[in-house]
Design a binder for this molecule. Structure first.
Ligand SMILES: NC(=O)c1ccc[n+]([C@@H]2O[C@H](COP(=O)([O-])OP(=O)(O)OC[C@H]3O[C@@H](n4cnc5c(N)ncnc54)[C@H](OP(=O)(O)O)[C@@H]3O)[C@@H](O)[C@H]2O)c1
Length: 337
């Protein structure tokens, strides 16, 4: 018998989440049945999408999320004891997994998978550069922005899990890369990764952002990978070049706050013949391992670097989540159980 701890979405979010939104509970798991296994979480992910997505779950649900977990008991041939898996099991220390069925709010095609070998790199990368955020950067940038050598690529949320990978892939493709992030330390780290220019949006503010962007991208912007929305995206859209491409990945500036009013961008879209497309990374579910394998190759070749902000202790999940939403992380935010 295994006693699992799980974080419950106790009260709907309003504004920035706080301790009152969460409750820690325990649950005793039964032994796995035929084609089931028990997974013990090693690392859990805290991601921005949890903030807007929880709105579609009733209070009392287990918080949603991905984890890297070890199979500790199994009656499923594809998930033997000792294997490490990625699964969207939620904020739980232990999970009875029925990989062939639909669990909770999980989609039928949202199946756990055994982690590929990461060489000398930590398994937690399966939540970051070698998992969903890395694939978001890989497919979102290459498929939607299609950056060409010599073009200028701007990425907002640049020092985070997705943004830091986007900028480095754009460098691999021979682009000039401008990163937008919220602290001087993050900007300095991005420049060590090869970003050509950075803007600390908090110090320049909404009024200074357009001027700072003109300096950082003097030839205009060909590709914009948008993680944040709001005034940053308004300003970048205003400085796009003819036939510019915008991949809309996220709008974190309005996940916990009301969206700010921005200027109508339609004129820019017409006269500069821009293309903008939103996406969810699971669009490329069928090519999932391609993204992971390519990002791993680039890591092995020294072309792609990663950083993680690791919070110790399952009991600190809410803290890690709120800290990530407010910029406390550099690179991928994960929790070690
Ligand atoms: N479409 C998809 O399939 C998909 C998949 C994964 C992620 N996403 C989206 O991609 C974005 C980044 O996700 P991530 O996992 O890489 O998170 P992350 O960037 O590692 O962490 C979130 C970061 O957002 C920044 N931020 C917070 N409030 C902000 C604001 N008002 N304006 C600008 N930046 C703000 C903070 O950094 P600063 O210190 O720089 O402010 C914080 O560190 C999110 O919008 C997320 O929803 C989309």
């Amino acid at each position: 018998m295994v006693v699992a701890r799980k974080w419950i979405y106790a009260k709907p979010f309003e504004g920035l989440p706080n301790d009152g939104n969460f409750r820690l509970e325990e649950e005793t798991l039964p032994e796995p049945g035929e084609n089931e296994f028990v997974a013990e979480a090693e690392f859990l992910s805290v991601d921005p999408y949890m903030r807007p997505y929880m709105a579609s779950y009733p209070a009392g649900s287990v918080m949603i999320g991905g984890q890297v977990a070890k199979v500790t008991a199994s009656r499923h041939a594809q998930f033997p004891v000792g294997a490490y898996v990625f699964g969207n099991f939620g904020w739980r220390t232990h999970t009875l997994v029925k990989p062939d069925g639909v669990v909770g709010g999980q989609r039928a095609d949202d199946k756990p998978y055994v982690l590929p070998a990461f060489g000398s790199h930590p398994r937690s990368l399966g939540l970051g550069v070698l998992g969903m955020p890395g694939n978001t950067a890989y497919f979102g940038l290459l498929e939607l922005c299609q950056p060409k050598e010599g073009e200028t690529v701007v990425v907002s949320g640049a020092a985070g899990a997705v943004g830091s990978v986007v900028g480095q892939i754009a460098k691999i493709k021979g682009c000039r890369v401008v990163g937008v992030a919220g602290t001087d330390d993050k900007c300095a780290w991005l420049r060590t990764l090869g970003f050509d220019a950075t803007i600390n949006y908090r110090t320049v503010g909404p009024d200074g952002f357009g001027g700072a962007l003109k300096e950082a991208a003097p030839k205009g912007v060909d590709c914009y990978f948008d993680n944040v929305g709001g005034y940053i995206s308004e300003a970048v859209t205003g400085q796009m070049n003819l036939y510019g491409r915008i991949a809309v990945c996220g709008t974190i500036s309005n996940y916990s706050e009301a969206p700010v009013r921005v200027r109508d961008p339609q004129r820019e879209f017409v006269f500069k013949q821009l293309r903008q497309e939103g996406f969810i990374v699971t669009r490329w579910r069928q090519r999932w391992m391609e993204g992971i394998e390519q990002n791993l190759r680039w890591i092995e070749e020294g072309k792609l670097r990663y950083q993680e902000t690791v919070t110790d202790g399952f009991e600190r999940m809410p803290h890690a989540f709120v800290s990530m939403l407010t910029g406390g992380n550099t690179g991928k935010a994960v929790v070690k159980v």
